[in-house]
Design a protein around this ligand. Structure first.
Ligand code: WQD
Length: 343
């Protein structure tokens, strides 16, 4: 009998890749998604990859009556992986209440609804942004978390605090927070990937959209940071490696292997690359010259962020293994297929 897993935001970028990994690991998946930043076509593409079209409920998690209704007909859910959230850093600065309401009310509603039915197994999509500007590198889970610069990042930090408080009064419930560094790349099929609505905030989609002609040029936000080439360093991780980590965390939970009922893990590669290194690698794998210009710093950026991912390696028996070239090649393939172009 397949174990049933609820994936909120399962039509999204990281969510859809995790759904593919779950199905390939013999889990039955139910997706709840409001399609505010994703597309139902993703369900067909998940089917093309896995042969299975996951059950899908279009539902805004801010509507607690709808959430309870969905759960009423799915009492046999063994665990939840919660991706559903808004994630544009800049937008969150401009519209903080939109982010606090959506990201926190959605989380609280799914938790209330599930805890009413009994103890829960819950995996939360968090972010390295909870570390703020780290005092020590590489970053371990022991690093002090700081008040993140953006309301988006703060919703992730507050959400972790909610889960930690809940874990203290729900001893039989298990919660794991996964702190992503910089997810990039796409499934090798080119059928699922990151499709940001509007102007991309993140580096990789902006690079591929510039290369394919959707954007005139990439602005590199500052080359006066205290790094070897002056541009900020980040720990880029292939989204497929990230998806596999969720399956490992789920198995840890279902096999009752958690040592505390609230655990956090860094999901990174442990390697840091600068913006200029990413650009150079893109030019190498795509054989295309990228049009970019060095401009002023972006508010809120920190010089360097990369993980010590040893804890995930030891406890989740997981290690990212895809190279930077594989990550960037798969991003470029996705961009071309998503735009139905092969250059
Ligand atoms: C990476 C580097 C920019 C765009 C954010 C969130 C994090 C997670 C990932 C959601 C930085 C530079 C970028 C551009 C540039 N989000 N850059 N020109 O800021 O590390 O992390 O996205 O889960 O929580 O905080 O990622 O891709 O935006 O930027 O020069 O057009 O690329 O300055 O140094 P970031 P990013």
């Amino acid at each position: 009998m397949k174990k049933k897993v609820l994936v909120t935001g399962g039509c999204g970028y990281i969510g859809s890749h995790t759904v593919v990994a779950l199905i390939q690991n013999n889990f039955e998946v139910i997706i709840i998604d409001d399609l505010s930043n994703s597309n139902a076509q993703t369900l067909n593409n998940i089917k093309k990859i896995t042969g299975v079209k996951p059950t899908f409920c279009e539902c805004d998690l801010k509507d607690i009556h709808h959430v309870k209704n969905v759960l009423k007909y799915n009492k046999d859910i063994e665990a939840t992986i919660h991706f559903a959230a808004y994630k544009a850093v800049g937008e969150s600065v401009a519209q903080p209440l939109l982010y606090y309401q959506n990201n926190l009310v959605s989380l609280i509603n799914i938790l209330i609804s599930q805890l009413e039915l009994g103890n829960i197994n819950f995996i939360f999509s968090s972010s390295a942004t909870v570390y703020g500007n780290p005092k020590k590198l590489p970053i371990t889970e022991e690093n002090q978390t700081e008040r993140p610069f953006s309301p988006y990042g703060n919703t992730k930090k507050i959400a972790e605090e909610i889960l930690e408080d809940l874990s203290k009064v729900n001893a039989e419930s298990n919660m794991i927070s996964l702190r992503y560094f910089n997810p990039i790349g796409a499934h090798e099929s080119g059928l699922i990937g990151e499709l940001p609505t509007g102007i991309p905030n993140n580096l990789m989609p902006y690079i591929t959209q510039t290369a394919i002609g959707l954007r005139e040029k990439l602005s590199v936000y500052g080359n006066d940071y205290p790094t070897p080439d002056g541009t900020p360093i980040r720990d880029y991780i292939h989204v497929v490696d990230l998806a596999k980590a969720h399956v490992k965390a789920l198995k840890r939970q279902l096999q009752q292997k958690q040592e505390k009922n609230f655990e956090t893990f860094n999901l990174g590669t442990g390697n840091g690359y600068s913006v200029l290194e990413i650009i150079k690698t893109f030019e190498k794998v795509s054989n295309k010259k990228l049009n970019y210009e060095i401009v002023g710093r972006r508010n809120g950026d920190v010089p360097s962020l990369y993980a010590n991912a040893k804890l995930a390696e030891q406890k989740l028996l997981w290690k990212a293994n895809k190279s930077l070239e594989e990550m960037i090649t798969s991003s470029w393939l996705w961009e071309q297929k998503a735009r139905h172009q092969t250059l």
